[in-house]
Design a protein around this ligand. Sequence first.
Ligand SMILES: Nc1nc2c(ncn2[C@@H]2O[C@H](COP(=O)(O)OP(=O)(O)OP(=O)(O)O)[C@@H](O)[C@H]2O)c(=O)[nH]1
Ligand SMILES: [Mg+2]
Length: 178
Amino acid sequence: MGFFASLLEWVSGLFFSKQAEIAVVGLQASGKTSFVNVITSGQWSEDVVPTVAFNFRKIRKGNVTLKIWDVAGQPKFRSMWERYCNGVDAVVFVVDAVDQDKFNTARFELHQLLSQPTLNGVPLLVLGNKNDLSGHASVKDLIKNLQLDKISDRAVSCSMKSQHNLDIVLQWLAGKSH
Ligand SMILES: Nc1nc2c(ncn2[C@@H]2O[C@H](COP(=O)(O)OP(=O)(O)OP(=O)(O)O)[C@@H](O)[C@H]2O)c(=O)[nH]1
Ligand SMILES: [Mg+2]
């Protein structure tokens, strides 16, 4: 069992028969499917195909079940985000921290999503992914560029490839279970 798999099991063990439903959204190629793959199997793989519509994954570790909607990020699928985020325990918004040309679009889509009445008050975690690559934006830059200060959310700089900070992410997700 990989380190993150055992960590998830340990975190899960702190709770008894709990579950959290999570929606993972963000622009295409930001790393949403990679995130779900890594937290499910502990394995990083370069080989991921762009998601069509969505993938649903159920991860059971110890007594916590995470039900995860991994939603496609290409423009034609973005109008579906709200439907998958409606009623979840938390939304994870993934950003490619290297692709700074797309920050404006990411900010627009994120704020558009959060302005939907159905998402009122939903906990949000923003992942600045690919911090294994040089030139990635810092958490401070992400907060500034995505205007996260206005919505008092949580942002984490991480990498699916190196699995940096995924322990923090898993703890946060487990904390949303009930
Ligand atoms: N270097 C690096 N590459 C990453 C990381 N996470 C994802 N990638 C790469 O980024 C590309 C897109 O990853 P996906 O996980 O398919 O992205 P996605 O957000 O699911 O994309 P859509 O399904 O189209 O919305 C792939 O080539 C991944 O290998 C990371 O942390 N570091
Ligand atoms: Mg995907």
